[in-house]
Design a protein around this ligand. Structure first.
Ligand code: IVH
Length: 700
């Protein structure tokens, strides 16, 4: 065999040099990993990070004995296991008692004060993250084992899986010259080296934004979607094939310890600071209080705003700060007396699944929807919920007539979690996806490898209604006074065979439609006429091409001057645009290649719809918000979120959902929450709606 040095010039000559270089690279990579994932504040570009990784990979390939399990190159997962080994928890992993009202917390506090023989006790309040508990064992600073909670005494060994979670350090302390922390967080003490043994406990969870993106990806690939971020996190971590875990966006917060050797920790607050100092992510909303009233006031205010956070939390944990008291306070069952969970008002309710109906979407996808006996969930009356697809119903064995658990989390669409089979009477009926489209009667098809059923009839009236409705909607051609009701009526009467027919409607035809009179018909004609000049971006959105929503449409309209240029663009050319992936490019090419679609485009041209972008070429340079990234938070005085987003995009800006160093401005309104705080922490400028408007007018 040729020596590695001969094959790979530039590699160290001796094994000792290689070892030193690998060590250096690992430290650098772990540091930048920490900057990126834990601090959310990268210092180097992705390309520079990749270069470090590539060099380390090359070294490990040339000197395989350097490839240790705690190398950052191993975060991609390991070959699949047959099964998980059991892990006995030397220090049991306990659960928490619940308090549903402030009064329950007061009672708990009086009791612990009495048992501790104190008038008053310091309390730490922390978010209760909805994920799954894990315990991580570090020996001389190296992550040697990760396990799930299991029943609290015995869990499962998921070491290869936890190694793929980027927020979990493989080596502690994480090499970082400084550690930033948010206001209100415990101080981070200096640490010299790793403790001999330390078991760190915390929650593996999935951010809401990551969860939504994952589900979108899964659905697009026709793979299983998850009911909520918690299931997604649990399902992702407990994979026998950790290479799958590696591809799932998991996050981690540390909140406690099991085995501790070689460190003296006297308070929980100190413990959190120590974990932060070692490089673990600790929740920035954790606080220390000297009185119960202050702690409760903080908790109530926090619970109000918890939906704005990018993770699901079902409450807060109140913990006695003084660790020495824990033994004295004792444990009831599996629940220690030194802590209690203060739960948010339930966002789950039980009701009856009265029916399952199917709706045909704009793309022909047939989606089952639950018709529920109306029930209040977290302050809102819910009567419908999406059931996603036939598999979702089958997997949960949902039957018509079942009592079901309905859940609503934040602004997420209501979900049917599961049935309560113990309440069945025998009259419940299983449900099956119909064989034929409920609208046009054509057979439904399920494409190979997908979970969704489609009606593939191009002339299906239900699809046409949805397409027309979408075409006229606010983010698209914005035809005032033309909504879903009108779309359905016009299609039913045969007045529209495609959205372009809108431009050929006569006053007489409109007057023949129920609900229209002289005045309203004229208004509609005027609105239709006005929509011809909306410009390229909105027109593109209106066409309803798969993967081409308003953001992608805006992007395309910045690169091309007219629809004709886009129609003529090749897949490669489209893909070369930053922000347009192969899937979107293919979808565009495919759409424009269909004769039926081209016909509609020609019809739009004949009608006089403007195909050009608004403004001259190089418009983006003139656009006042071009190149700027905004995050919206709170309630703005005059615009809704959607309107503010459209406003920013229409003037060339970008809107993202979370605040990072890359954010240029946070537009904050009333009741702005964590995003505002994040902006302040990172020093991102915060502006009002009025200031946003001024940026646009001044820029002109
Ligand atoms: S402390 C005795 N702190 O809640 C202390 N738990 O119901 C046990 N959890 O299994 C845990 N956030 O999965 C603690 N800040 C937090 C937490 C938290 C979420 C979960 C954890 C635990 C369950 C207990």
């Amino acid at each position: 065999m040729t020596s590695p040095q001969a094959r790979l010039p530039g590699l160290p000559a001796t094994e000792e040099e290689a070892r030193q270089r690998a060590e250096q690279l690992r430290r650098a990579i772990e540091y930048h990993n920490y900057r990126y994932y834990v601090l959310d504040d990268p210092e180097i570009s992705d390309a520079a990070y990749d270069a470090l990784m590539n060099e380390l990979r090359a070294l490990e390939e040339a000197f395989p004995e350097l490839r240790t399990p705690d190398s950052p190159t191993q975060r991609v997962g390991a070959p699949p296991l047959e099964r998980f080994e059991k892990v006995h928890h030397e220090v049991p992993m306990l659960s928490l008692g619940n308090a549903f009202h402030a009064d329950d917390v007061r009672r708990w506090y009086r009791r612990v004060c009495r048992l501790a023989g104190r008038e008053q006790l310091d309390l730490v309040v922390e978010p209760k993250i909805d994920g799954l508990a894990v315990t991580l064992l570090y020996e001389r600073g190296r992550l040697v084992r990760g396990a799930t909670r299991g029943d609290g005494l015995t869990g499962e060994d998921v070491t290869p899986n936890v190694r793929t979670v980027r927020h979990i350090p493989l080596v502690i302390p994480v090499p970082a010259p400084e550690r930033r922390r948010a206001d209100g967080m415990p101080p981070f003490p200096p640490v010299d080296g790793p403790p001999p043994r330390l078991e760190v406990r915390g929650e593996v969870y999935m951010r809401k934004s990551d969860f939504e993106a994952l589900n979108r990806r899964q659905a697009e690939r026709g793979e299983k979607t998850f009911a909520n971020p918690r299931n997604a996190a649990a399902g992702s971590l407990r994979q026998l094939d950790s290479r799958i875990t590696a591809r799932r966006p998991l996050s981690f917060f540390a909140y406690g310890v099991g085995i501790v050797e070689g460190v003296e920790l006297t308070t929980h607050w100190e413990l959190l600071g120590y974990l932060g100092a070692l490089g673990f992510p600790i929740n920035p909303d954790s606080r220390l209080f000297a009185s119960l009233d202050e702690a409760l006031a903080y908790a109530d205010a926090w619970l109000e705003r918890r939906h704005e956070l990018d993770y699901e939390a079902d409450g807060l944990v109140f913990k006695v700060n003084e660790i020495a008291l824990y033994d004295r306070l004792g444990i009831t069952g599996r629940e220690p007396r030194w802590a209690i969970a203060y739960k948010a008002p339930p966002t789950e309710a039980v009701t009856v699944l009265e029916d399952i109906v199917v709706n045909v979407g704009r793309t022909g996808q047939v989606v089952p929807t639950a018709v529920l006996r109306p029930v209040e969930v977290g302050g809102v009356v819910v009567s419908h919920a999406t059931l996603h697809n036939a598999d979702y119903i089958q997997e949960r064995d949902l039957r018509i007539g079942d009592h079901v658990i309905v859940k609503r989390a934040g602004d997420v669409i209501p979900q049917v979690v599961r049935p309560l089979p113990e309440l069945r009477t025998g009259a419940e009926r299983p449900w099956q996806m119909p064989n034929r489209c409920p609208s046009c009667g054509e057979p439904l098809v399920r494409p190979e490898g997908e979970v969704a059923y489609y009606c593939t009839n191009v002339a299906c009236p239900a699809q046409l209604v949805r397409r027309v409705e979408y075409f006229a909607s606010r983010n698209a051609m914005d035809i005032e006074g033309f909504g879903s009701k009108q779309a359905a009526r016009f299609v039913e009467l045969g007045l529209l065979k495609d959205p372009a027919d809108l431009y050929f409607l006569t006053k007489e035809q409109i007057l023949a439609v129920e609900g229209f009179a002289e005045k309203s018909a004229e208004n509609l004609l005027r609105a239709i006429e006005a929509s011809k000049g909306r410009g390229l971006a909105r027109l593109l959105t209106a066409l309803g091409i798969r993967y081409v929503g308003s953001t992608v449409a805006e992007l395309l309209a910045r690169h091309y001057a007219s629809l004709d240029e886009i129609m003529a663009a090749s897949q490669e050319e489209l893909e070369a645009i930053e922000g347009i992936g192969p899937r979107t490019a293919a979808s565009l090419v495919e759409w424009f290649s269909r004769p039926q679609n081209r016909e509609m485009v020609e019809k739009l041209r004949r009608a006089g719809v403007r195909f050009e972008r608004l403004g001259p070429a190089g418009e983006e340079a003139r656009e006042p918000l071009a190149g700027l990234t905004f995050v919206l938070t709170g309630t703005l005085p005059t615009m809704t979120r959607e309107e503010a987003k459209a406003f920013i995009q229409a003037h060339g800006g970008r809107v993202t959902s979370s605040v990072s160093r890359k954010t240029d401005y946070v537009v904050a309104g009333e009741k702005a929450g964590s995003k505002l705080r994040r902006a302040q922490e990172l020093g991102v400028p915060v502006i009002s709606e009025e200031e946003l408007r001024r940026m646009v007018t001044r820029g002109r």
